[in-house]
Design a protein around this ligand. Structure first.
Ligand code: FAD
Ligand code: MLT
Ligand code: ZN
Length: 555
């Protein structure tokens, strides 16, 4: 009865009560007869939404990223392009290769040009190293032997996970040896009572998700790159992603780590305890240190229970202020069931529709300026639905939401998510992407997008999207080619502006090579000095991921 009343009201309030066919949607997907109202639809339950649809690491995509780089590299002026090789590092020789073969076996020491070339280039095709060697260890002992040897020889190395990082941290700058963790992908144990997963660092996030879902749990993080990124890479970048709003940072969810230090020492911190205040909690040093302090080899992580009821709404708003108010209203009214609150501007939607195959705009092609995706996850299907419907109804009455749909099945929900998660994939198809990942107070978050748009003018297209619920803006500037003229309009302005707001120049992607020299925009010189001291203590020969994370001046 209550639902019928809500449905009636929703129909009345929807400003554009067009029929599904008019929106170009299949009536079987969006048929009004299903629920008797035309604007909001309900998902019937969700099992595995994210799937491998954004599996970004196929050989084809890597190859095309590589080719893309070939096209772009002459005109791209990245920080990496200007970094001098540190002459104190040794140059790889045939004795080194023989040693690695004796430890790892022939097949795990890769010199094949094509295979090494793929590992030399990042996912965007933007950063490219010139390593001659890719190592594929299969155990912690092998990682330890590699590092101990490299340290004594002063051979620089880059730890590499799924190579989906967006700041050039996962590929060499010069000739560093690449250590890929992909061969260390065993699940070690799962504690069914407490939901604690222990596994090797090279496990692909999506595989872990499937594994724990079968046991009635979920991973506390999810991101568009889940089909390729590794849990070790996630931990090393302290990845945020789409569930951060609900389950928080990996600093809270990671219970234990095993890490190999630069000199080969294995640091066993692989506890599965929730509480442990015995001395300094050293694992936190390695969460988010981007492979600059050690190589993560094993992980113990807390996985939340999988809840049965999920709803996904795709909404449009007329202005940014409405998105902001909607966020506050969602926190107040939906409270504990909100599991994602993502936003995109109109430019993102246009880009997704242009470049992502098979994706449909769930809303009429219209002049809406902003779009919000809200996901709720809870334990009571009818309560959750009623709560979401009532919230959306109120939001429409209050003028915060202009139009919207609720997915009524998994494929619709998948389509909504595909739009949001596919923005980065669509962006790289344009050619050149200048990518910024900022933490800014929500009230100010869209100001910089608008300012950037006027600075860049016709030279590029400016997109604003991100994890609004976490105050995390992704600011992308797209153009067909990299050019110094565009870069001059963007930097240092973007860093100065963010710093003036006391924001962060890296909310979740890390610093990598892109922003190693920019850390002072977000951290005090005392803090950066202390970071330098920690780096020197743990890696005195500076063999781990050189030129990344910290400015050269403190090393
Ligand atoms: P890599 O890219 O291989 O490496 C990243 C960094 O970690 C490098 O510095 C590398 O040296 C280091 N590293 C990797 N493995 C280890 C290890 N075992 N030990 C020590 N150091 C290691 N990021 C987010 O935070 N949120 C998102 O929502 C998000 N969405 C994305 C969507 C797409 C389509 C793409 C392409 C990327 C996205 N990212 C996102 C960025 C990226 O996926 C994450 O940073 C991810 O955590 C990187 O994992 P990886 O295994 O690919 O690591
Ligand atoms: C996202 O949220 O989509 C990711 O962090 C990737 C990106 O910013 O491109
Ligand atoms: Zn993100």
């Amino acid at each position: 009865m209550a639902r019928r009343a809500a449905a009636g009201l929703l129909r009345r309030l929807g400003p554009l009560a067009c029929e599904p066919q008019a929106r170009g949607m299949s009536p079987t997907h969006y048929g009004t007869k299903n629920h008797g109202f035309s604007r909001f639809y309900l998902i019937q339950g969700r099992h595995h939404l994210y799937g491998s649809r954004t599996n970004v690491e196929t050989d084809d995509t890597r190859q095309s990223a590589h080719m893309n780089f070939e096209v772009q590299k002459r005109s791209f002026s990245s920080a990496a392009a200007h970094i001098q090789r540190n002459p104190t590092y040794s140059v790889l020789n045939s004795n080194d290769v023989s040693y690695f073969k004796s430890v790892l076996g022939e097949s795990s020491v890769v010199q094949d040009e094509d295979r090494v070339a793929v590992a030399n280039v990042d996912w965007m095709g933007k950063y490219k190293g010139s390593s001659q060697l890719l190592l594929l260890p299969k155990s912690t002992t092998e990682v330890s032997k590699i590092l101990s040897y490299c340290n004594s020889r002063r051979l620089a190395v880059v730890p590499q996970g799924g190579n989906t990082g967006l700041v050039g941290g996962s590929v060499p700058v010069h000739d560093e040896v690449i250590i890929s963790l992909g061969g260390m992908n065993n699940i070690i144990s799962f504690d069914n009572v407490n939901g604690i997963l222990t596994c090797e660092a090279g496990c692909v996030l999506e595989n872990l998700s499937s594994f724990v879902e079968n046991k009635g749990f979920i991973m506390p993080l999810d991101l568009g790159a889940k089909g390729s990124c590794h849990i070790g890479g996630n931990i090393s970048t302290n990845a945020g992603g789409l569930r951060f709003i609900r389950y928080g940072s990996l600093h809270g969810n990671v219970l234990g780590l095993e890490v190999v230090l630069a000199n080969g020492t294995v640091l066993d911190m692989l506890t599965t305890l929730r509480k442990d205040n015995t001395g300094y909690d050293l694992k936190h040093l390695f969460i988010g240190s981007e492979g600059s302090l050690g190589v993560v080899t094993k992980v113990a992580i807390l996985t939340p229970a999988k809840l049965p009821s999920t709803n996904v709404a795709f909404l449009s708003c007329n202005d940014y202020m409405s998105c902001q108010k909607l966020l506050l209203a969602a926190k107040r009214s939906l409270g504990e069931i909100v599991s994602a609150f993502e936003f995109m501007d109109r430019h993102c939607i246009d880009l997704a529709m242009k470049y992502l195959e098979g994706v449909q705009n769930p809303l009429p092609a219209s002049p809406y300026n902003f779009y919000v995706l809200i996901e709720t996850t809870g334990s009571d299907e009818s309560y959750d639905k009623a709560k979401l419907e009532a919230f959306l109804l109120r939001s429409m009455e209050d003028g915060l939401v202009a139009d919207g749909v609720i997915a009524q099945d998994i494929s619709q929900a998948s389509n909504f998510w595909r739009i949001r998660e596919g923005i980065s994939e669509a962006s790289v198809k344009v050619g050149a992407v200048y990518k910024y990942d900022l933490s800014i107070p929500v009230e100010k978050l869209y100001d910089i997008v608008e300012e950037m748009r006027s600075r860049v003018g016709g030279m590029g297209e400016v997109l604003g999207y991100g994890h609004l619920g976490d105050g995390n803006l992704h600011l992308n500037i797209l153009s067909s080619k990299y050019s110094d003229k565009i870069l001059e309009q963007i930097e240092p302005f973007v860093y100065e502006w963010t710093s003036n707001q006391r924001g962060s120049i890296s909310a979740e992607h890390g610093l990598g090579v892109m922003k190693a020299e920019k850390i002072h925009y977000s951290k005090s010189s005392e803090a950066v000095q202390l970071m330098g001291s920690i780096k020197k203590l743990l890696d005195p020969n500076s063999i781990l991921n050189p030129y990344k994370v910290l400015p050269q001046s403190v090393l």
